[in-house]
Ligand binder design. Sequence first.
Ligand code: F0G
Length: 352
Amino acid sequence: MNPTGSFKDRGMTVGVRVAQKVGVDRLACASTGNTSAALSAYGARGGMETLVLLPAGKVAAGKIAQASLHGARILEVDGNFDQCLDIVQDLADRGEAYLLNSLNPFRLEGQKTIGLEILERHKREEGSYPDRIVLPVGNAGNTAALYKCFRELVESGALEEDEVPKLTGVQAEGAAPMVEAIEDGTDGTRRWEDVETIATAIRIGNPVNAPKALPGIRATGGTAVAVSDEEITDAQRTLAGEGVGVEPASAASVAGLRKLRERGVVDAEEEVVCLTTGHLLKDPDAAAAAGSEPEPVPNDTDAVLEHIEEPSSVAGTVRRGASKAADSPLIPALVAGGLGIGYLLRKLRSKK
Ligand code: F0G
């Protein structure tokens, strides 16, 4: 269960608790939205002042609403996420605030639970561990946390080296420095100054956890792939057509898997878990734009019946999504991880 509707809750509950224990009184984060929603909720619960720095005009409505109602001070910066994070790091260096971005090690400790749950549930339901985990990548904190989780399991003897799932990152084409680094074989990422994508949650040009995440992708035999906004929206519709409502960044994992299967990078026999990370209601505007328009009808039963005889754009969209899902090589076999808000896992298996 993720109380604020994204996977950020898993790390934030640990990070804020530690801050409270050590007597911090002002918390701060830069955010594309979900981190700020989680920090605002946990900060409120812990009775601490909370500052969130957001890129002006680039944060989805649901996330701002959350930060607003939970009582954070929302500071809208005329810049992108990476510039917001530069400021938060300055504030932390000057001792003015406690930084709760994924540079904070306690947050990543909490996020390791995602890796544990995937392994536990997959083993229980399928009798084996998944071959691969595909996840959307922004700051690469989650990728780093999963890698740490698996490394520690191997070190403790609980997992064999060859049982570690291949960590596979997906970025939007307009914000893909990790993909670039994997393709070019470089140790670090180049900072992208201009980033753009419909998936605003991962609109990030300088992934600060790249030094921990790139080795994780490489050491597990994974890869990284960039997807277009159209491919993201298409995957979002497919998931929605199966009753799984996610925000665009979250659908990127499924879009990425599709692309890797088309390219033959992921073969038909592989057992793959796609991690989805944020609830549909986080970005109601993107959902409405990807979905269909409400249909005005007269206030009269006969007229309503007459109206529904006509082909509906609503049903059309859903049917299109469902048939596409059935035709696609991805046959969803399982929704793992519990249907906690915003944290949905889908295990996708090839059509035999
Ligand atoms: N999916 C969603 C819905 C996110 O909000 C984020 C990151 C990611 C994926 C990527 O995770 O950064 O660990 O690689 N959102 C951050 C935020 C940056 O501020 O909410 P990552």
